[in-house]
Design a protein around this ligand. Structure first.
Ligand SMILES: Nc1nc2c(ncn2[C@@H]2O[C@H](COP(=O)(O)OP(=O)(O)OP(=O)(O)O)[C@@H](O)[C@H]2O)c(=O)[nH]1
Ligand SMILES: [Mg+2]
Length: 605
């Protein structure tokens, strides 16, 4: 094997918020990679609107810096558990990782997940204890906790002897000596140079480049982000394109880009270890290989999850449609979804029997929620149906997706979790007690049973559990799963809510609207304490018999309403309900608004 000595490829991995993107920022800064304009922005890699607002990374992104005569490709990954797939993909591009651990919080569930993936891939680790500037930092303990985590994850001798740096990403320094806080990030760069292996390749081997991620350009269409493993990729070259299904096509590389800091720069060629973006392959997907046309050998494909969840997204059909947004028509919604397909290949859009609604398929609730949130910010008004699993018919029988779920929880929550998953038709397949207070549970469960489970899971484990699921094939329909025990309170007319009416309704359950809110027939205004659905009048005025009370509207006596975020609303609704989404509001409603029509439907069943 030959080494590409001028190159290092690393991914930065950690639990959410431990400072990955901040560290990348400072690495860019110290290497002078910023333009004057970029200087002014914090966490510049979090470039998406929602990323900036939620303060989290959603998509893994790569950047490259020059340090002395080294080029270092850096993949910044998301730490939020819902985007774990992005991390796995990022690991396919690198030769080592920087594991960041917050000096006060210590290793947390996602630290465990990303480290486990790293150890499975046998990648070397550089440990960075970050945020040592925190007054509550407990550096020594945290280092010990990380070492225990390595042991707990069955790391071998070789993997456990990793370099440790102490850092404040925010202040822009890292040090091998816990007492020396004076410098900059030079010790980190030096450690990368010394410890991270340079990319290895086989001299004279034909081209092999693995597609690890996708992006889109408005001019060039789909871009494949590849890591070159062997050989060279050249612009204009014809290559063999080894597809996931085993077939081989031939196509020309029309454009080739390398990354410099935050820019994609056109290049003539790329060699082993390089991370490049190429155009010319219209429907290329992750896990495919670009290879030598004379002797094409596909690389081990990355596993890509099939879309297993879908939602109906259509125009807003509520009586309040058009009062808050500006993008309202079916045409606008369809065009927008089509545009999303180019850049977001994890999605599919299908027609429904309605001309103004589409079935959008994706990999998870949060992924779809992020799309809807993005659209609402652009001015769209939408009606969104309950997340549904994507079923298949096998031998005339309906089959549904089944997920393999891995759960890590502190011992004391095993009972809660078991009850939660069992009521959703899950079966436990394995349970390992690591003797560290943490237990790993493996489950097989219909994907349907996971819809909306996160909130409950977090409650049941007091935020201490971690759950990851992977698609595990299709199995015959598991039968009914009752996800919501309670019925809802539904407004029976249009009007503004009154304090007096709400005060009455409070006796029946939890309210979702406060006083003075415009509601309509079929809108859900609360959760019934009982299991049935009830039509109510939240707009009732108080009879003017009591002179003294008539002036006040009892407003101050009503408990504040439960206001759902978009994600919570999608988790809450039942099959015959929908969420009305506008730039300003998230309202819950029955799919059929008319009380009488709903009544007739109900009787037919
Ligand atoms: N005190 C202190 N705070 C830091 C340090 N590094 C990062 N932070 C803060 O930690 C928060 C999260 O930082 P990010 O860089 O977004 O964390 P991240 O790991 O990229 O988060 P995700 O991508 O969402 O997983 C921000 O408020 C940072 O300012 C540090 O060294 N010290
Ligand atoms: Mg980040």
């Amino acid at each position: 094997m030959t080494l590409r000595t001028s190159l290092r490829n690393i991914a930065i991995i950690a639990h959410v918020d431990h400072g990955k993107t901040t560290l990348v920022d400072k690495m860019l800064r110290q290497t002078g990679s910023f333009t004057a304009h970029e200087e002014l922005t914090d966490r510049v890699m979090d470039s998406g609107d929602l990323e900036r607002e939620k303060g989290i990374t959603i998509l893994a992104k790569n950047t490259a810096v020059k340090w002395h005569d080294l080029t270092i490709n850096i993949i910044d990954t998301p730490g939020h558990a819902d985007f774990g797939g992005e991390v796995e993909r990022g690991l396919a591009m690198v030769d080592a990782v920087i594991l960041l651990v917050d000096a006060a919080e210590g290793p947390l569930p996602q630290t465990r997940f990303v480290l486990r993936k790293t150890l499975e891939k046998r990648l070397p680790v550089v440990l960075v204890i970050n945020k040592v500037d925190r007054p509550d930092a407990r550096i020594k303990e945290v280092v010990e906790e990380v070492e225990n985590l390595f042991l707990d994850l069955d790391a071998d001798e070789h993997q456990i002897s990793f370099p440790i740096l102490y850092a404040s990403a925010r202040q822009g320094w890292a040090s091998l000596d816990v007492n020396d806080t004076s410098g900059d990030l030079t010790p980190l760069f030096q450690t990368i140079a010394d410890y991270v292996p340079a990319p290895e390749y086989e001299e004279g081997h034909g081209l092999q480049a693995l597609v690890c991620n996708l992006d889109a350009s408005p001019y060039l269409g789909r871009l494949a982000l590849c890591r070159v493993i062997n050989g060279t990729l050249e612009r204009g070259q014809r290559v063999a394109w080894c597809r996931i299904d085993g077939s081989i096509e031939h196509a020309k590389i029309t454009e080739l880009f390398i990354t410099e800091a935050l820019e994609r720069i056109p290049a003539q060629s790329a060699g082993p270890g390089d991370i490049v973006a190429v155009a010319g392959f219209e429907d290329i997907t992750i896990g495919e290989t670009l290879a030598d046309p004379e002797n094409p050998i596909a690389l081990e494909p990355l596993h890509v999850d099939e879309p297993s969840l879908s939602m109906t997204i259509g125009i807003n059909t509520s009586p309040l449609a058009g009062t808050e947004g500006k993008l309202l028509t079916a045409r606008m919604v369809k065009d927008r979804l089509d545009r999303e397909l180019v850049g977001n290949v994890a999605l599919r859009v299908l027609n429904t029997e309605r001309p103004d609604a589409w079935e959008v398929q994706g990999r998870g609730e949060l992924q779809l929620a992020v799309l809807i949130e993005t659209m609402r910010r652009e001015g769209f008004e939408l009606t969104v149906g309950k997340p549904q699993v994507v079923t298949r018919t096998v031998d005339g029988k309906v089959h549904e997706p089944v997920e393999h779920v891995t759960i890590d929880v502190p011992e004391e929550f095993v009972g809660n979790v078991t009850t939660l998953l069992a009521t959703r038709k899950g079966t436990m397949t394995d349970m390992v007690n690591h003797g560290t207070g943490w237990v790993r549970l493996e489950w097989r469960i219909p994907a349907r049973g996971l819809v909306g489970i996160r909130t409950e899971f977090m409650t049941e484990t007091r935020g201490g559990g971690i759950m990851h699921s992977n698609f595990d094939g299709y199995a015959p329909w598991f039968g009914d799963i009752r996800l919501r025990q309670n019925g809802v309170l539904v407004a029976d007319r249009r009007g503004d809510t009154t304090g007096n009416a709400l005060l009455d309704l409070e006796q029946r359950g939890t309210l979702f609207v406060g006083p003075g809110v415009e509601v309509y027939e079929g809108m859900i205004v609360g959760e019934n304490a009982r299991s049935d659905e009830m039509n109510v009048n939240p707009t009732k005025e108080k009879k003017l018999t009591n002179m003294r009370a008539s002036g006040s509207d009892n407003t101050e006596r009503i408990a504040p309403p439960t206001i759902f975020s978009l994600e919570q609303a999608l988790e809450f609704i039942a099959d015959d309900e929908a969420v009305e989404v506008t730039p300003q509001s998230v309202r819950l409603r029955k799919a059929v608004l008319d009380v009488a029509a709903r009544h007739r439907l109900h009787k037919k069943k």
